[in-house]
Design a protein. Structure first.
Length: 759
């Protein structure tokens, strides 16, 4: 990696050329080098000149911006002058070489003598008054005024059709007619070949931009609405700003190629030169959204149940991702350039993201990587003064005493102390104020929000990350991402549960187990699925109807595989209960666990219990293909640590169907139509005792499940929710905890709390 600053924005192209030259000198070919720029269209011409001066072939793949072509600017100025041609506009338009108007040219002196001024009537009227005042004398001046008056009147006549309201289609047609009738198109076709190609392409681009306005108006439902000329011109300007001319002749192969940051995620090259890495410009800030603010965008996404409109945070994250992708695109070498402070007063320090990449790679910077921040005595802005005071600590805040910045400096120091303590708590995996510790008087409100009967899935959520469990289950923050067109995965899981319950219960009632996997069994499953599908479709829980039409067949095929798997894996057992509910108004009372003088009640619903001579098997459905995420749930050592569902369901099954000495449990992976290897325990295993006695083996003995449940609930009731995650994958609260991944790394790296240690 290397970094080369340019002397201001004008000198950055030279820095890029120097970086490419050094890469080629190291043995790379031009086609092995890619240049990535945040603004490739604007940077392209300067890069082409700098690389051509060194004899390096370069292909930008981009032509100049349409808005920057002189002829395009002239046409837009003519459109703006329609219906109100002033003296300045008349002089500029007639002085151009594109208008075939008799008497045009340098009309400025004639307009001056006629007293034509902006805001004082038509320049044509002023010329006619001057012509009348001259009478029959002064023949040369009279002829000049007459020619100028004719040219201005001809220009007004050419612009007159553009001045009346009309539909977008009518305005586009008038623009094409003006280009033909005024002679602009004929004049643009004369001259040097390069200029002719540029100007004709600009006229074609203007007409295409006008057609884009027509299409946009139709999409807005305004195809038949009359637009004022100013409104059409404004929309045309937006289209022109986004348009560019086709690129000129460039090397087709064997050249350094230019890409934009939006192309970086799909880019891979032996060497990459990332330009524009200046502080404040890299990553590029997302453009402001003038129509909808973030609250409205989030509300609309929730209503549509998919991420139809990305909020500011998502667009900022995407910009950061593209910047990372640009830095990661070079397989062997990465060069970073930026506009350092130059002679023109432009430029600035290196962007922190790029500087961190250089430091991580151990690279040295050729030139000033970052401008040192001034001390408090030399700070000239509020931002610089506050940052300097924060660096100086209490002394800096004292130095600002008596000024309007003193409260802000003190607040910054307090916030810094909070963040420092918060980070220490995260690394130590312990709760602390501002890091998951709820203290009085909020503890009373917390107690009122906690349930009387606890679901094992909720306890597993707190075990996975106490802070995430607090946000999702206590504060009730939404913890699912906006759904796409497809069915939400959770709704799909609920749908599969409903179908299997109907199918298994029907066969239980007529004692027709196990199925043989034949066509009759498949037809019975599909009949049960049709009823469940219809209900979910009525409730709007199957996603977009067009996407669900295809997804529906995939779900039915999955259910067919499940029926065949049941015929294969029944193991001589038959279902004894499906969707067995205990606690919270169910047919069975809650499980009551006791430990250390405290009792906790558990409620839940067991998907299925199979029974046979001497054993019970708990089957828990998971709409998953990979069983790695559920392996801990079947490990007795993880009972009460990472796993709460399986031990609670085993206890509920043993209570509902007593007398079986062997208890087993497994997960049925519906996407693979397979079961994981079951866990097996004796029915009288002390691990599953509802009121276990203290283990005689001391602290090294296995901790009973009841003890783990009581301790976990006691921690929750005490308001201890540390940011201590076992894994942050899929967590939507990274912006809230701001340590996403840190706590999980501490867990995997053998931090303060390892497996089995309750944080």
């Amino acid at each position: 990696m290397l970094a080369l600053p340019g002397a201001g924005e004008a000198g950055e192209a030279e820095a890029v050329a120097e970086a490419v030259e050094r890469l080629l000198a190291s043995g790379l070919a031009p086609e092995d080098v890619a240049v990535v720029s945040p603004a490739p269209r604007r940077a392209g011409p300067a890069l082409a000149r700098a690389l051509a001066a060194r004899g390096i072939p370069f292909a930008s793949g981009r032509g100049p911006a349409l808005a920057e072509v002189p002829l395009a600017r002239w046409v837009r100025e003519a459109l703006a002058a329609a219906g109100g041609l002033g003296r300045a506009a008349a002089e500029r338009l007639l002085a151009s070489g594109w208008l075939a108007a008799p008497g045009g040219g340098a009309v400025g002196p004639v307009l001056d003598r006629a007293g034509a001024l902006d805001g004082r009537g038509s320049p044509a009227a002023a010329l006619r008054r001057r012509l009348a005042a001259l009478g029959g004398a002064a023949g040369r001046e009279r002829a000049a005024v007459a020619r100028a008056a004719g040219a201005v009147e001809a220009l007004e006549a050419a612009l007159h059709p553009l001045a009346s309201p009309g539909t977008a289609r009518a305005h586009a047609a008038r623009l094409s007619a003006f280009l033909d009738a005024s002679g602009v198109r004929r004049r643009a076709a004369r001259g040097p070949r390069a200029e002719v190609a540029r100007d004709l392409a600009a006229l074609a681009g203007l007409e295409e931009a006008a057609e884009a306005v027509v299409r946009a108006s139709a999409l807005l439902g305004e195809a038949g609405a009359a637009l004022a000329p100013a409104a059409f011109l404004e929309r045309l300007g937006l289209a022109v700003e986004q348009a560019a001319l086709p690129p000129g002749p460039e090397a087709a192969a064997g050249a350094v190629e230019l890409s934009g940051l939006d192309e970086a995620p799909g880019l891979s090259a032996r060497a990459v030169v990332v330009t524009g890495a200046r502080h404040g410009a890299f990553p590029a800030a997302p453009p402001p959204e003038p129509l909808l603010r973030d609250p409205e965008r989030l509300a609309l996404n929730r209503r549509l149940r998919r991420a139809a409109l990305p909020p500011t945070g998502a667009r900022r994250a995407e910009a950061t991702y593209r910047a990372f992708a640009a830095l990661a695109a070079g397989r062997e070498a990465v060069a970073i350039t930026w506009a350092a402070p130059g002679p023109g007063g432009d430029g600035g320090p290196l962007a922190p993201l790029a500087a961190e990449a250089l430091v991580a790679a151990g690279a040295e910077v050729a030139g000033p990587a970052a401008a040192p921040e001034p001390p408090l005595s030399r700070a000239r802005t509020v931002r610089a003064a506050l940052r300097a005071a924060a660096r100086a600590g209490d002394a800096g805040a004292a130095a600002l005493g008596g000024t309007v910045l003193a409260p802000r400096a003190a607040d910054a120091l307090r916030r810094g102390a909070i963040e420092s303590a918060r980070r220490d708590a995260v690394l130590a995996r312990r709760p602390a104020p501002f890091a998951g510790q709820v203290e009085a008087p909020a503890l009373a409100a917390l107690g009122a929000a906690l349930p009387e009967e606890w679901a094992p899935t909720r306890l597993e959520g707190f075990a996975r990350c106490p802070f995430r469990g607090f946000l999702a289950q206590v504060l009730r923050l939404p913890d699912r991402a906006a759904a796409d067109l497809d069915i939400d995965p959770r709704d799909e899981g609920s749908l599969l549960h409903a179908v299997l319950e109907r199918f298994v219960r029907g066969r239980m009632e007529r004692r027709a187990w196990p199925p043989d996997g034949g066509e009759a069994d498949l037809a019975e499953m599909r009949a049960a699925a049709a009823e469940a599908f219809a209900r979910f479709e009525r409730e709007g829980r199957t996603g977009d109807p067009a996407a669900w039409a295809a997804r529906r067949e995939a779900v039915l095929a999955r259910l067919d595989r499940v029926v065949r798997a049941e015929a294969r894996d029944h193991g001589g057992l038959a279902p004894a209960a499906v969707e067995l509910r205990f606690g919270r108004g169910g047919p069975l009372p809650a499980l009551e666990l006791a430990w250390d003088g405290e009792r906790v009640r558990l409620e839940g619903r067991v998907d299925r219990i199979d029974a046979g001579p001497g054993r019970l098997l708990v089957v828990d459905y998971k709409n998953a293909r990979n069983g790695d995420a559920y392996a801990d749930g079947l490990d007795p050592e993880a009972f009460g640590d990472a796993a709460f569902q399986i031990p609670a369901y085993l206890m509920a099954a043993a209570r509902a169907f007593p007398g079986r000495p062997r208890l087993e449990a497994t997960y049925a992976l519906l996407r693979r139509a397979e079961r994981l290897d079951p866990v097996a325990l004796d029915a009288d295993d002390p691990l599953l005792a509802a009121e276990p006695a203290p283990p005689p083996g001391g602290p090294e003995a296995p901790r009973p499940f009841a003890a783990a449940v009581v301790e976990r609930v006691r921690q929750i009731r005490a308001g201890a929710f540390p940011i201590a995650s076992r894994g942050c994958d899929g967590c939507p609260f990274g912006a809230v905890c701001r340590f996403q991944g840190t706590a999980a790394l501490a867990e995997r790296g053998g931090g303060a709390a390892g497996k089995g240690a309750s944080p």
